[in-house]
Structures are given as structure tokens and as C-alpha cells.
Design a protein around this ligand. Structure first.
Ligand code: BG6
Length: 486
């Protein structure tokens, strides 16, 4: 389906890493699939290229390698390039924003300003846009991280909020655009089957893991000032948690969904600073081997301080204080340079109360739902079945919802879905200010503890599943991480 109307998509940070790897490739895919209105234009904004020809050269050289896993469609690529305009802009020059305004005024349709820049530039850019009247009838997209803690995030939100109304602000969390996350909503709220079981009476524990094999790549400098708690937990993991745990929304309109997610975030059991050792594990990778390749320690990565105490791994035990979830532990985990690249949500149901069929039926995890976000997106339901042959021996079997086999059409990448939502004015998959505040408020005691005490994170070898303490935390609850079962 094509976007509702024409648009002018202005991309600040137009020659940055994110534009190169994610935003422009996603716009190209939407274009190739015929999903963008024919008259829609993309305006790259950057300092480095002199003119449109220079920018098109840059796009050809840098973006092309990231598009279309299944082969580039040259004709589509050429017509995509025809959508692109360019404005050379120095953020410190007011007159450059006048040039931007003149360029944008020549174009039609919904105006989108995408700030693929560092958060320190969000406020200056918004002020400069307002000074030339470009904040009127426009949408603004803010990339994460939005701030460094509750205070700095509030400062940015206050300042941006003076220029743009909340309905104009699209705070992006690309995990919300991933297809299996959408499918989780469909599974939960489109089927009556799971709803009665989706609560403390039937669920023993839930794990949410985002594990990466990659290290900090070229972002050592940024990452060393950020760490995994800010980079992944405050946003992606807490957003996933709120989708897993939310009540059924009244409708799928943006505020119904976001209201329910907010209720979950506000119901997170506050972290007592005296408890942090028990419910939070913090690690940093040392040198190790991943899939046969030696990788260096975090502290030797470019841009990282030699004596850095920044965490590259976090595991948490989280509780939700409401009737549905009281007492059910949610174990969250994320890390860089782990043994595998996997993102998944594991719902462990309680075993049968009494087994006439032997001890297998009493094992934790006999009934389990695994929602695999990446790689190989699937939803898998584990049950016990009788093994063929003599006797009554039970074995684990599973039902698969393998999206790629069921639905032949190409799946959409997260950024593609989210960018189309911005152009079409759909806010449901973007983070509202109050959600963001609730998430920062909840992580703040951990942030404070880890920074004030300047405690060293626990070491783990690259290519493993993180510090042993992360396993010990689950063992206290008589359970283990999914990969430890085999
Ligand atoms: C980003 C983080 O938000 O998400 C990165 O800043 C991380 O550090 C990335 O690597 C992971 O996203 P994905 O979609 O590759 O799992």
C-alpha cells in the first residue's frame, strides 16, 4: 500500500552511519516495493558534500552495499535516486536554515524531519527549524539515545516539547518495528487461546534476551560513555517487556497501546539500592574467541578507556507489581560479544500440578513459548508428547509458526515499517514521553549505584554467555537460561 500522501523527508545526519546502514536502505526498500507516494522526496542534509551530485555519489558509494539482500534492482535504484535532493548545512549558521526552508518550501506533502544525529544536536536543530518556521505542520523523529539519564532526557523533551507538540514527536525504538514483535501482539490479542494462561497462575518465569556477537565496532567512544544499561535496557528491553506484559488494549490506536505499556512500566517494582547485587549483574568482555576468531578485550577497543568500568553485559531480575504478574520473575539480559546473536522472549509455563506420567511432566519449561526475534524469526510452542513405542515416555515436541514458510511475501525490516508509520502519521510504535520517563526512572537506582560506587563490572570471556553471576541469579529461582538446559 502506498503512503497516504506526498511527503518531504528531511534527513539530518544524511551522511552518517545510521543513514547509510538503515534509513536510506529502508526508504529504498519502501520505494522499490511501491509503498512511497510517487511525488515524495528525500532531502539529505549534511555538511560534508558540496552539492546534490556529490551527495548522490556518496549514496551510490556508501548506501548501495547495504540495500537488497536479494539483488539490487537497478531501475528501482535509479528512480530512488531521483527522489533525493540535498542541502549542505552547517548547524551553526542561521542562513543555512533559510536555504533549507527555501528548499523544503518548493516541495509538497507531509514534512518529516529525521534527526539521525547525536542527542546533543536535537535541541539546537529544533530551535533552528522553529526560527525559520519549519516546525509548523511537521513531524520530528528522534533517534535513541534520548538523553543520558532522567534529568538529561527531561531537558531534551522539555526543549523539544516547546517547539513540537507531543503528537508531532516520533521517538524511535527500532525493536518495536520488528515483525515478530508485531506478531506477539497478534498472538496475544488475536487469539483467545493464550490470554487465560498469560498470568501468574500459569506462568512461572519469563526471559528476554538480546545477545550480540558484535562488539562496539567503530562506536567505542560513544559506547564507553553509554554502556549496555542505557544502550539496550532502558529502551529495547523494557519496551519488549512492556509488550509482553501489557493488558489487552481497547484498540490498536496509538494511545491505547501506549497507555497499556505505560501501566506496565509504572508497575515495575522499584529497585531497592540495597538489593542491586541480588537483582542486577553487570559484566565487561575480555579477550576471547567467537566462532573460531580471536577478538580483543573491550578495554582495548578503539575509543575505549583502558581502565573503563563501562558494562557490555547486563542481566536483571525484574518484577511487575500488579495482579497479573505479581511474583513472576522476568529475567532480562543483553550483552556484546556473546556466544551467539539471538534475540528472544521465553515464556515458561508452570508444569502440571501432579504427574501420573512420570517426572518429565514436572520439569520446568515442559510447556514453553519461545518468540524468536532474530535470527530466523519464529514463534515456537513446546509441549510434551508420548515417544513412539512401548511404555509411556514423554519427550519434548514443538509447534512452529515459521513466518517465512507461512507467508511467502518479503518481510519488512523494522526501519522500513517505522519510517512508513512516520510518513503516514501512525504513532503506536513510537515511544511516548511518559513511557520514556518511567523507564529512565526505573533504571536510575542501578545507574546511580554503578556510577557512584565505580565498581568494576564482572569479567567474561568474549564468546561466552556472560559472567557466571548471571546464571547464579537464575539458579536462586530454581531455573536457568534457555541455552543452559541443553
Ligand atoms: C542499537 C544499539 O540500538 O541496537 C546497538 O545502540 C545494538 O548497540 C543495536 O547493536 C542492536 O540492534 P539489532 O536490531 O541489530 O539487534
Amino acid at each position: 500500500m502506498q503512503t497516504d500522501s506526498s511527503f518531504t523527508f528531511v534527513l539530518f545526519g544524511g551522511t552518517g552511519d545510521l543513514s547509510m546502514r538503515k534509513i536510506l536502505p529502508a526508504l529504498y526498500e519502501a520505494h522499490r516495493a511501491g509503498m512511497l507516494a510517487d511525488s515524495g522526496k528525500i532531502v539529505g542534509v549534511a555538511r560534508h558534500e558540496e552539492d546534490r551530485a556529490g551527495y548522490i555519489d556518496w549514496v551510490n558509494g556508501h548506501v548501495k552495499p547495504y540495500v537488497s539482500k536479494d539483488g539490487l534492482d537497478e531501475a528501482a535504484w535509479e528512480s530512488f535516486l531521483a527522489r533525493i535532493e540535498y542541502v549542505k548545512l552547517d548547524l551553526s549558521k542561521a542562513e543555512d536554515f533559510v536555504l533549507l526552508r527555501d528548499a523544503v518550501n518548493k516541495l509538497s506533502g507531509t514534512r518529516v524531519f529525521y534527526l539521525a544525529t547525536g542527542p546533543s544536536l536535537f535541541v539546537p536543530i529544533c530551535h533552528a527549524l522553529a526560527s525559520v518556521g519549519l516546525n509548523e505542520n511537521a513531524r520530528i523523529v528522534l533517534e535513541k539515545p534520548l538523553g543520558y539519564d532522567l534529568r538529561s532526557s527531561n531537558a531534551i523533551n522539555d526543549a523539544v516539547g516547546e517547539i513540537f507538540a507531543e503528537e508531532q514527536i516520533y521517538r524511535i525504538d527500532h525493536y518495536l518495528g520488528k515483525e515478530p514483535v508485531q506478531n506477539l501482539l497478534a498472538l496475544r490479542f488475536g487469539n483467545a487461546l493464550f490470554e487465560p494462561l498469560w498470568r501468574r497462575e500459569w506462568v512461572e518465569s519469563i526471559q528476554i534476551t538480546i545477545a550480540e556477537e558484535l562488539g562496539v565496532e567503530a562506536r567505542g567512544d560513544f559506547y564507553d560513555n553509554t554502556g549496555a544499561l542505557r544502550d539496550m535496557v532502558q529502551n529495547h528491553l523494557l519496551q519488549l517487556l512492556s509488550i509482553v506484559a501489557m493488558e489487552p488494549p481497547h484498540s490498536m490506536d496509538s494511545d491505547s497501546v501506549r497507555d497499556e505499556k505505560l501501566r506496565v512500566l509504572r508497575a515495575l517494582k522499584p529497585i531497592d539500592p540495597r538489593d542491586i547485587q541480588r537483582v542486577a549483574v553487570r559484566g565487561q568482555y575480555h579477550a576471547g574467541v567467537i566462532r573460531g576468531t580471536a577478538v580483543p578485550a573491550y578495554a582495548t577497543e578503539p575509543g575505549v578507556k583502558k581502565d573503563s568500568t563501562t558494562e557490555t553485559f547486563v542481566a536483571l531480575k525484574v518484577e511487575i507489581e500488579n495482579w497479573r504478574w505479581s511474583g513472576v520473575p522476568f529475567f532480562l539480559r543483553t550483552g556484546k560479544r556473546l556466544a551467539d546473536r539471538v534475540a528472544e522472549i521465553v515464556v515458561n509455563f508452570r508444569p502440571v500440578p501432579h504427574s501420573a506420567l512420570g517426572p518429565t511432566a514436572l520439569r520446568p519449561g515442559a510447556n514453553r513459548l519461545v518468540i524468536r526475534l532474530q535470527p530466523n524469526e519464529t514463534i515456537r510452542l513446546y509441549c510434551l508428547a508420548k515417544q513412539p513405542g512401548e511404555g509411556m515416555n514423554l519427550a519434548s515436541v514443538h509447534l512452529d509458526l515459521a513466518f517465512d514458510q507461512f507467508f511467502r511475501e518479503n518481510q519488512m525490516e523494522a526501519y522500513q515499517r517505522l519510517l512508513l508509520d512516520v510518513i503516514n502519521g501512525r504513532l503506536a510504535l513510537f515511544v511516548r514521553r511518559d513511557e520514556q520517563e518511567a523507564a529512565w526512572r526505573w533504571v536510575e537506582p542501578i545507574l546511580n549505584d554503578w556510577s557512584a560506587a565505580n565498581k568494576a563490572p564482572k569479567p567474561y570471556a568474549a564468546g561466552t554467555w556472560g559472567p557466571a553471576a548471571a546464571s547464579a541469579m537464575l539458579a536462586q529461582h530454581g531455573t536457568c537460561w534457555l541455552e543452559e538446559e541443553n
